[in-house]
Design a protein around this ligand. Structure first.
Ligand code: G6P
Length: 610
């Protein structure tokens, strides 16, 4: 999704804006632009990659002296990717960058046309920029003009604004969209995401909704619409720049897969005390946990798939019913919620618009909400009744990998805690599984990573496929949904995940000679049934790639063209090394095809619009 950066201070602004935008590239974009103060506001925009914007800027060498400006990477929603639709938008008086969607932009545009304004883009943002110009022309007061504009906007926004009359100042405000403000020794910054400021500082403010930040080189101040100055809480991340860089790996995705052992062990250790799961959540003490009648896990994309693993493990260990819901459906379908239910919101970014709306819906229905989120202080984390942070560090590649693994880790811990408090599991059993989660799982994932070459060799055998299938039973079926998504997202190979027993009820008609079928078998109780499913597709000419536990590989004679055996691990925990294999497979297929692994077409890392 779009990215915002802005700087005012003593340093040359363009390198800071370009570096910030490049750090935000991972969010997904199709055009970029900047506006800087240099004898009035100078705006330069370009469709396509940042390199094209940089080329245009090279021809404007005099802008190097500028020390205040804003920049934007745009992920098209209203209007195609083009120079004209790129941000900043504005007039001679002001420049504005925007993330989010202004829902009533046509209404506003119609009003402005009556006032004599004309429009040169198809964007919703231009309406906001020109509405601001309208109010500013009347009052000459930036603050008043901004609040008058906000009062007329419907939708979501993070805005960064420069006024030509105030060459050293940036204004920023947000609603339902992430935005941070930071002070550095040489000035002040705004950004849509933490990695964009990490090169300068790791402390920042996330202004409350509707609170206007006013940045000058020596000070950052915050104002309410009443004009009252307010203070905002400063936050701090312990991420550093190196974590947000590739560190010698060809792609962020491969680096992040390699970070899984550490991320899992850190997350597991952080929520254990005396060898047992321990969350220290005021509102979710033992008594409260015992009360829950049902759990709803609500999320989008990969996080939703982690929820499917959570469902499998919670139901297996605690016998508490769990439903997993796509957030965009949950929010509108009026789900049946009971006050003794728990709603878990899973999100890497904590800013996904649909997940946030689902959280608000659950809260409005009086249900306890628990956020499992990776980004500290993100909106979902702030609004949920309780929050548990996954400790994955920054995830930059659009295709989520380590965030999924740590979401699963926390869901396992939650299952163990629930099983303990509702008497389904003994302390001894829970302690043993916890120890394995903390030690055996990272070690097993590490072992998979040591045998990357085998996965790469398997990828070579399927790289030319047009269609692929993933089949599994039980928890493997849930894992296959994520494995298939990973492949689709970054390799553009169409694939489907199917319950192995369901294939013959439809999709097997698509399996022809040479169609790759990835068969995942880690659940011993259904391994024999899986074997039948594998034989069914093998006899139709499928190219079989089996991924199995050691035990299953020894027990059954699998008709596999390629066979990857997982490191030895307690069967309950096999999903961790298994997903690592699947992520690597998708990664290598994409890399072998020479695709842009970290920034797949049309996708965005953080989807902050509906
Ligand atoms: C986007 C990303 C996915 C991610 C999903 C949910 O679609 O491309 O990788 O899984 O959003 O994001 P969240 O930040 O809520 O986990």
């Amino acid at each position: 999704m779009c990215g915002i950066i802005g700087y005012t201070g003593t340093r040359s602004v363009l390198p800071i804006l370009l570096e910030g935008l490049s750090t935000l590239e991972y969010r997904g974009y199709d055009s970029a632009g900047v506006a800087v103060h240099q004898n009035g506001l100078q705006t330069v925009k370009s469709k396509g990659r940042l390199a094209l914007l940089e080329e245009k800027l090279q021809a404007r060498a005099h802008l190097e002296a500028a020390t205040c400006g804003i920049g934007h990477t745009r992920w098209a929603t209203h209007g195609e990717p083009s120079d004209q639709n790129s941000h900043p938008h504005g007039t001679d008086r002001l420049a504005l960058v925007h993330n989010g969607i202004i829902e009533n932009y046509l209404e506003i545009a119609a009003f402005l046309v009556e006032q004599g304004y004309t429009f040169s883009s198809q964007t919703d943002t231009e309406s906001a920029a020109k509405l601001l110009d309208y109010h500013y022309a009347k009052s000459g007061d930036p603050q008043e003009a901004i609040f008058k504009t906000l009062a007329m906007l419907r939708g979501s926004y993070a805005l960064g604004i420069c006024f030509a009359d105030y060459p050293e100042r940036i204004y920023a405000v947000r609603k339902d969209n992430p935005l941070i403000v930071a002070k550095t020794p040489t000035g002040a910054l705004i950004a849509s995401d933490v990695p964009a400021v990490l090169a300068h500082t790791n402390t920042y403010w996330r202004p409350e909704e509707g609170v206007l930040a006013v940045l000058e080189k020596d000070a950052v101040r915050f104002f309410k619409s009443s004009g009252e100055e307010v203070s905002q809480k400063q936050e701090c991340v312990d991420w550093n720049v190196a974590q947000a860089q590739k560190g010698g790996f060809p792609h962020f995705m491969l680096k992040e897969i390699h970070e899984e052992p550490t991320a899992i062990s850190q997350t597991a250790s952080a929520y254990m005390k005396d060898g047992l799961p321990h969350f220290n959540l005021e509102l979710l003490d033992t008594d409260r946990l015992k009360e829950f009648r049902a759990i709803h896990i609500v999320a989008c994309g990969t996080a939703m798939h982690a929820g499917l693993i959570g469902k499998s493990v919670i139901e297996q260990l605690c016998r508490v019913p769990v439903s997993v819901e796509i957030a965009s459906e949950f929010r509108y379908r009026d789900p049946i919620l009971h006050e003794q239910d728990l709603v878990i919101l899973l999100s890497q970014s904590g800013e996904t618009a649909d997940t946030l709306a689902a959280l608000r819906h659950a809260k409005a229905n009086g249900v306890h909400t628990l956020a499992i989120v990776n980004v500290i202080g993100s909106t979902v984390a702030r609004e949920a009744d309780s929050v548990l942070y996954t400790l994955a560090g920054p995830e930059i590649a659009v295709a989520s990998t380590k965030a999924y693994s740590v979401q699963c880790t926390l869901l396992y811990l939650l299952a163990l805690r629930l099983g303990l408090v509702n008497g389904k599991l003994s302390a001894q059993t829970v302690r043993e599984i916890c120890e394995k989660l903390r030690v055996q799982v990272p070690a097993a994932v590490e072992e998979v990573l040591k045998s990357c070459d085998k996965v790469r060799a398997a990828a070579e055998k399927v790289v030319d496929a047009e269609h692929m299938f993933y089949i599994g039973r039980g928890v493997d079926c849930a894992l296959c949904t994520e494995a298939s998504l990973k492949l689709k997202e970054i390799s553009y190979i169409h694939s489907e995940a199917y319950a192995a027993g369901e294939l013959k009820h439809g999709t097997i008609s698509l399996v022809v000679d040479g169609t790759p079928v990835v068969a995942l078998s880690t659940v011993s109780s259904v391994a024999e049934k899986m074997l039948s499913g594998i034989r069914e597709v093998a006899s139709r000419g499928a190219k079989i790639l089996c991924v199995t536990t050691k035990q299953i590989s020894e027990q059954y004679d699998l008709p596999a063209d390629i066979h990857l055996v997982l490191p030895e691990i307690d069967e309950l925990l096999a999903p961790f090394p298994a997903i690592c294999v699947m992520q690597l497979l998708a990664y290598y297929v994409s890399a072998l095809k020479g695709l842009d692994v970290d920034k797949p077409r049309n996708l965005a890392k953080s989807v902050t619009v509906e």
